[in-house]
Write a protein that binds this ligand. Sequence first.
Ligand SMILES: [Zn+2]
Length: 309
Amino acid sequence: MTASSTRFLGVLLALLAVAFVLPPTVHAAEPAAARKLRIIVFGAHPDDAEFRAGGTGAKWAKLGHEVKLVSVTNGDIGHWNMAGGALAQRRTAESQAAAKRLGVASQVLDIHDGELLPTLENRRLITRTIREWNADIVISHRPWDYHPDHRYVGVLVQDAAYMVTVPYFCPDTPPLKQNPVFLYSSDGFQKPYPFRPDVVIAIDDVFEQKLDAVNELVSQVYEGGANGSAEFVATVPPASDPAARLAWLKQRWEGRQGGEAQRFRETLIKWYGDEQGKTIKFAEAFEICEYGRRPSTEDLKQLFPFFAK
Ligand SMILES: [Zn+2]
């Protein structure tokens, strides 16, 4: 073959690769504000993504962006008096109901609760899941957390960061053209270093909606999940009195999300300005993971399009 025909063949192959190998929905060159954002939130269990990013997820969804909450395990030991397939089905249904309240998509992966490992197989699974969602933003636990499943979700998502762009890692699933922005959801752990709030989002406007979503996670919030007990259930208003139940839940979640707003007040003021920042009651917070794309402040304003212009 001559040099020019080799070059021609090379160009042809490159064109074919662009036409058939790259996903048609890749949109790296477009400015974020001009199109729908795609967000995927990983939690270890069917409640974690809802608890940590449900409010922000609802805010994205309201603006027409596409959000998916993924539970990496099926939650099948997350109860004090039931377990196995029946619990996995129950918790999957709870997560789906919560997602419906938030206006987002939901997926529960079929891995046993308490048994998640940072294996190559799972790295591939997480990589494919991020690629299939064509994510701009990926949120997960930090890899320092009390629960081994939380820790390994953090590790697996870190391991998938960057690899989602490598074409011959999982070559059956088209790579992302651009590394998404990876973020950690907030936690209170101090070692090896405490959570750093890079972006804090006011969720006052969707607090009731988040509460309605959390209200669907009955096995966890009203029955206490893995650490519940008959004694605990006896302290909770009964299912026959849904208004009292919701009021009970609201009080707890006002404390939880209000605590986040207080804890990250300085960052709220940085993003929302002095006047608004001081009055925000409820918040969710996120930290940038260094292994994803490194967003500028301007990028973050496009990815979290909730701040006043
Ligand atoms: Zn969990």
